[in-house]
Unconditional design. Structure first.
Length: 320
């Protein structure tokens, strides 16, 4: 008997090749499916390879035979773990696939914001050379950089920023109390006090009940007037309404983000209209290397699950 594997939305062909090689897999690959097509196939799907699409509750309830969701990425905000517990579904992620791409993107956003690249580019293109005297920017060398979240991406980001000669602090309440920090890194336990001191803050957090709205009006008001906030975690961690008000007051002075609370954003989103905001379209992981690795890793997680050897670090959720 073959196992029905449903792949929703396009992935790199190298991942599809891994699945097609398996004689015990009956593959259904829907590159641009309608809701009706997804619902039809969910009925007898046993393994689902899922990108960022959010399925409806009705579609999940159709999945009576589903045993594994293999996420094409690491974020799981489109998967309800409480529902997965009820349905008895394991969730795997591509833990090792895209952390370098995202960390590099965070560094890029940090540099673009610290050197005010958007304003400088606009000046150069619009015959406003003299404005270079008024374009505010800072060096990363010697800057106090606060990293909020010290998972794979946070660690990779810290390694790269350390090379610039920044002074690094780490806030992550989930690290073990006796966690040994690498040389040159300082662990902090008071987020508010650390935000007050930081020249640059970089967020590397998942979106969950404890992180939604973490950077609210009160915490944003603690930012330095010259401070820079970078977000490659998830939309919703920063309260966007409060952020607009904070930017008007210059605390922080610039926001550089790859993620928004609503994606794609509504055209009325005020962040889109601000010169002190740098935006990218949730593309941090979408390098040629990252895309290929997410596809092959999510496919390999399916193979490993079938063989009973899915690696523990790839398991984001397992029903009990």
């Amino acid at each position: 008997m073959s196992v029905k594997v449903l792949v929703i939305d396009p992935i790199h062909e190298d991942g599809i090749k891994i699945l097609r090689k398996r004689k015990d897999i009956s593959l259904v690959y829907l590159r641009d499916p309608t809701d009706d097509e997804i619902s039809h196939h969910m009925i007898n799907t046993e393994i689902l390879l899922l990108r960022g699409r959010k399925l409806s509750l009705e579609q999940w309830k159709l999945a009576k035979r589903l045993k594994l969701i293999s996420r094409h990425g690491v974020g799981c905000d489109n998967v309800d773990f409480d529902l997965m517990q009820h349905l008895g579904i394991t969730v795997a992620v591509t833990a090792d696939a895209n952390y370098v791409s995202v960390a590099e993107h965070a560094v890029m956003l940090m540099l673009a914001a610290s050197r005010n690249v958007i304003a400088a580019d606009r000046a150069a293109r619009n015959d406003a050379w003299e404005t270079r005297e008024r374009i505010s920017s800072i060096e990363v060398f010697g800057a106090k950089v606060l990293i909020v979240g010290y998972g794979r991406i946070g660690r990779a980001f810290s390694e790269r920023v350390a090379a610039f000669g920044a002074r690094l602090s780490i806030y992550d309440p989930y690290l073990p109390p006796d966690y040994a920090m690498p040389n040159g890194l300082r662990r902090v336990h008071n987020l508010e006090a650390s935000v007050t001191e930081a020249d640059i803050i970089s967020l590397h957090l998942p979106r969950n009940n404890k992180t939604i709205g973490l950077f609210d009006a009160d915490l944003l008001s603690k930012c330095k007037p010259s401070g820079i906030l970078v977000n490659t975690g998830r939309g919703g961690i920063v309260d966007e309404d409060a952020l607009v008000d904070a930017l008007k007051l210059g605390r922080p002075c610039r926001y550089a983000t790859d993620v928004l609370e609503q994606e794609p954003p509504d055209k009325e989103n005020l962040l889109l209209l601000r010169d002190d905001v740098i935006l990218t379209p949730h593309s941090a992981a979408m390098t040629a290397e990252g895309v290929m690795k997410m596809a092959t890793s999510s496919a390999q997680n399916i193979v490993d699950f079938l063989e009973g050897k899915l690696r523990s670090r790839m398991i984001a959720f397992k029903p009990v």
